[in-house]
Design a protein around this ligand. Structure first.
Ligand code: S3P
Length: 167
């Protein structure tokens, strides 16, 4: 069984999709994103999965996709922002090198764009939703993280450098 060299976690807007491929390129490793696996497996966008099947069904599929990726991918793996809230995923992350990209409210909201492409942030008060999401998840991210990078003041390239230093 292979194992990802690096797993990247963090809330929407923390830069996982930008930093993940760049870090993989820097390390000469392959990149994989659990959200892409979910879309490929379901044959539809994440917004449709949420709308048609609901968040619980999404989390079941997400846990399955993350477990598969953890078992067969040996490069850099980025997880969807909510993946670590599933207990089984948290257990599976034990023993992996997990980099937590942290982001504050202002930068996170700006980067996430609060677009409808993120179903959890598409409600009536996305800023409040995002704040609640950050507050609730911070301890969860920290529980599974090997180390944390504060990304607010950093360019993606600086985040990659910080990750390489931390590994
Ligand atoms: C989610 C984050 C999304 C995606 C899904 C749920 C979340 O990924 O997995 O919409 O619960 O935070 P990103 O973190 O890449 O936006």
């Amino acid at each position: 069984m292979v194992t990802p060299r690096v797993v990247i976690i963090g809330p929407p807007g923390s830069g996982k999709s930008t930093v993940g491929p760049a870090l993989a390129a820097r390390l000469g490793l392959a990149f994989r994103d659990s959200d892409d696996d979910i879309v490929a497996s379901a044959g539809k966008p994440i917004t449709d999965i949420f709308a048609e099947e609901g968040e619980p069904a999404f989390r079941v599929l997400e846990e399955e996709m993350v477990a598969t990726a953890l078992a067969e991918h040996d490069g850099v793996l980025s997880l969807g922002g909510g993946a670590p809230i599933t207990p089984g995923t948290r257990e599976r992350l034990a023993g992996h090198t997990v980099v937590f990209l942290n982001v504050g409210m202002a930068a996170g909201v700006q980067r996430a764009g609060l677009s409808t492409a993120r179903p959890l942030l598409a409600g009536v008060n996305p800023r409040a939703t995002y704040k609640a999401l950050l507050d609730a998840r911070l301890p969860v991210y920290r529980e599974v993280a090997t180390f944390e990078i504060e990304t607010d003041q950093l360019t993606p390239d600086e985040v990659v450098k910080a990750a390489v230093i931390g590994l």
